[in-house]
Ligand binder design. Structure first.
Ligand code: EPU
Length: 438
């Protein structure tokens, strides 16, 4: 079955949309649950393919898991871990599962985890993770595509990250929880997901300080100090940012519920500068609207609290029809402009030179058949199709399904004309210019 989105552009999004739990947080909380013996329950867990893959990874390690779809809750019983190997077949499907390395080394003092390799958006090395674990006393061997880490004991150490890597900070936080003494991570990532992980670990009995700043200190505790917990994941700031973009792009007006505005201040500031209206109407609700043509802006993607790389493609979509010229510099990944050729096919005027993109606003985008190349590029094409004149088809939805729960349902509730169809089904017109398209 090959599913595609069929989108008819030009309808302003209106109404209300509720944001789900943060993918990039919950995947790490699932690994953190392996540290405590007993049954941990996590709430606000989105139903995503990435969550499913992570469930398979931790089940393979011996954790007993169950996901309650209607309650959006997940139970993980990590009383007995029976296996220390995370296989390539699973890790290669989702590189975030490399996070089990820190949890396993912490709890079992040994782990064999497949190296995730590169991915479509960039090389995405894991050298900081490995160097950090070595600093804590783990002996590391890289053999046959696997990292084999072993430690008679882990001892706290000072670790300086060359760049504030989210994954390395998280892996080392997990490893430090059961190390002897204090682990100090300097130039640590400051993302809200790091704070969520620290809050989760502290609720479990760990002693993690400074999360959300560039220096995190983890005072090691003993295994018996850790206990299972119940915990609610933070909202997904990137999903919220995607809906903000879609509402603005279609010149709509809608309320976004269950969003933490403080997690999106840099992005919001740029949208305001472009001419969008964003109002806080309740502590966790934003009203987003836009009537007029937008102004262009320039920005550089940066680690939090800078402009999030995961929303770069969404902002680019807005710039395609804004007044003037906008310049984007992507500073985190080597290859995160994969939406550019697709946007050009819709009529966008974009000049790209390595990690810089110069976007000259055009009058309008027009619908086309488009392919998602990765999660965020794929989502930005959905936004582009919603704002374009005419009909679009978006292929390779598996990329989008990794990180957006019920994406088309939420868009449809806002009035967007989008449908997911199996293109092998009978009676499905392939003529995207047909009037009776949706
Ligand atoms: N890096 C290294 N060596 C390392 C670690 C990272 O060179 O040992 C480099 C990477 O190659 C990359 C940069 O550092 O160029 C930043 O990588 P980071 O480790 O911060 O990213 P990550 O942990 O792999 C998470 C998110 C990404 C998000 C980035 C940056 C998860 C599961 N993924 O990745 O999310 O873009 O942080 O904010 O948390 C997405 O959701 O679409 C996504 C890609």
């Amino acid at each position: 079955m090959t599913e595609k989105f069929f989108i008819k552009g030009g309808t302003p999004l209106r109404g209300e949309v509720t944001i789900g739990g943060a993918k990039n947080s919950v995947l790490k909380l699932m690994a953190a649950a392996l540290l405590a013996k007993g049954e941990t329950k996590i709430y606000n867990v989105p139903d995503l393919t990435d969550v499913e893959i992570m469930l398979n990874v931790i089940a393979q390690l011996g954790a007993k898991t169950s996901y309650n779809k209607s309650e959006k809750s997940l139970t993980i019983d990590a009383s007995d871990l029976t296996n220390i190997t995370a296989k390539y077949e699973l890790v290669s499907k989702m590189r975030a599962s490399f996070i089990v390395l820190g949890a396993l080394v912490s709890r079992c003092k040994e782990a064999i985890v497949a190296l995730p390799g590169g991915c479509a958006i960039g090389e995405r090395r894991v050298d900081f993770h490995i160097r950090g674990l070595e600093a804590l006393g783990a002996k590391i061997k890289i053999e046959n595509g696997y990292v084999h880490a072993k430690a008679a004991r882990l001892a706290g150490a000072d670790i300086y990250l060359d760049i504030p890597s989210v994954g390395a900070t998280e892996n080392l936080m997990l490893a430090g929880v059961l190390a002897e003494g204090s682990t100090r991570i300097q130039n640590a990532a400051q993302e809200p997901e790091i704070v969520d992980l620290a809050n989760f670990l502290n609720a479990m009995g760990a002693d993690v300080n400074g999360a959300g700043t560039s220096e995190i200190v983890i005072n090691g505790v003993k295994q018996e100090d850790l206990h299972p917990i119940e915990y609610t994941t933070i909202p997904d700031r990137i999903e919220a940012g995607t809906f903000m973009t879609a509402i603005i792009a279609t010149r709509g007006k809608a309320i976004i519920k269950e969003v933490y505005p403080a997690h999106l201040t840099f992005f919001t500031d740029k949208l305001l500068k472009m001419g969008a209206n964003i109002k806080l109407i309740e502590p966790n609700s934003l009203e987003v609207s836009c009537k007029n043509k937008l102004n262009s802006i320039n920005f550089i993607t940066q680690p939090y609290p800078g402009f999030p790389t995961d929303l770069q493609s969404m902002a680019m979509t807005l710039l395609t029809t804004a007044n003037g010229v906008g310049i984007i510099t992507e500073s985190l990944y080597e290859n995160r402009f994969m939406q550019v050729p697709e946007l050009r096919r819709m009529g966008a005027d974009i000049h790209q030179d390595r990690n810089h993109a110069i976007i000259k606003g055009v009058k309008k985008l027009s619908g086309a058949t488009l392919a998602a190349s990765d999660l965020r590029a794929g989502a930005s094409l959905v936004v582009a199709a919603l704002m374009a004149e005419g009909n679009s088809v978006i292929e390779k939805l598996h990329h989008i399904d990794r990180g957006y729960e019920n994406f088309e349902t939420k868009i449809r509730l806002l009035g967007g004309k989008i449908e997911r169809k199996d293109d092998t089904a009978p009676n499905l017109t392939e003529d995207i210019h047909n009037e009776s398209y949706l």
